[in-house]
Design a protein around this ligand. Structure first.
Ligand code: MLT
Length: 315
């Protein structure tokens, strides 16, 4: 490899088709066991880094990245990248905004159905030798109202599928016009009314300053008793101790959580995230929204295309 070959670091798994694209003309280094300390030591050797959600691309990482030009996020949310530091240093941050949207929507629907029918808890008792049908009487979806907070690419896909299940969809999104809501066949409502009217509430917004801690005790206090929450967006959107309190008091009936403010939750055993993941009325999955074979292929190609374009100055 010549001195001016672009070097790309992959600290998290990327599908082979994406790696093949990146390897044309660049040197790609996979290091899936990189610790945060080691990342700081090696980042200075790279022109680009491509991460999923586990790597925190902090200000320190970007400052140590003396030849870093591009940060690629193999997914939608860029909340694990310190955007102000990247901007200050003239680095491009690119994401893969479409490749896993259907996967995220499908996982949200999977969580919705398992929450309504106690699939996970019932499975656990059966595997432990039980057969307790009385304990797992579920809630029907048909005719119920699904509140969708955030009506972007993923929220829309969830809404279409929920309508197929016979649900009424009410959506809140500060950027949604009444016309586009009508076109999508959903009713537009304020944040408070969406929460208050929901039998099931699902979150599909990015984690940014305006959404951090959005679902707090006040908002949860508006929920119908028996409301169930689905969060396959980001843990930080929910005030987790308020959610835990609402579950404990019975103010809401259950939650299905694919993401936590501390991930993985049991790495932080005393955290509220860990208490939620362990809670009997919570269905928990380990940030699997984007994890289908198909979505990871699409995302890998999408991010490889974007990172190459950025490295070649085509952006
Ligand atoms: C995303 O923002 O697209 C997800 O967090 C994807 C992932 O799991 O990497």
């Amino acid at each position: 490899t010549g001195a001016d070959v672009m070097r790309i670091l992959l600290p998290e798994k990327l599908s082979d088709s994406g790696i093949a694209m990146l390897s044309e003309g660049c040197e790609v280094v996979k290091d899936y066991d990189l610790t945060p300390e080691r990342l700081l030591e090696v980042i200075g050797d790279y022109d680009a880094i491509i991460v999923r959600s586990a790597t925190q691309v902090t200000r320190e990482v970007l400052e140590a990245g003396t030849r870093l030009k591009v940060v690629g996020r193999a997914g939608v949310g860029v909340d694990n990248v310190c955007l102000p530091a990247a901007t200050e240093r003239g680095m491009l941050v690119v994401n893969a905004p479409t490749g896993n949207c259907v996967a995220a929507a499908e996982h949200s629907i999977a969580l919705l159905c398992s929450l309504a029918r106690n699939v996970a808890a019932a499975d656990a008792t059966l595997k432990a030798g039980g057969w307790n049908r009385g304990a797992f009487v579920g809630a029907s979806l048909v005719g119920k109202t699904l509140g969708v907070l955030g009506f972007g690419r993923i929220g829309r896909e969830v809404a279409r599928r929920a309508k197929g299940l016979g649900m009424t969809v009410v959506a809140h999104d500060p950027y949604l016009s009444a016309e586009s809501a009508t076109t999508a066949g959903v009713t537009l409502a304020s944040l408070d009314d969406t929460v208050a009217g929901a039998d099931f509430l699902t979150l599909h917004m990015p984690l940014v300053d305006s959404t951090r801690n959005l679902l707090d005790a006040r908002l949860l206090g508006l929920a119908k008793p028996g409301m169930r929450l689905i969060n396959a967006a980001r843990g930080g959107i929910v005030v987790e101790d308020a959610l835990l309190a609402a579950l404990e008091s019975g103010a809401i009936a259950g939650a299905a959580l694919d993401c936590f403010s501390q991930e993985p939750p049991f790495k932080f055993p005393d955290s509220v995230s860990a208490a939620l993941a362990a809670h009997p009325r919570v269905v928990a999955t380990p940030h699997l929204g984007a994890s289908t074979k198909e979505a990871q292929e699409d995302v890998a190609i999408e991010i490889a295309t974007a990172v190459k374009a950025a490295l070649n100055g085509e952006m």
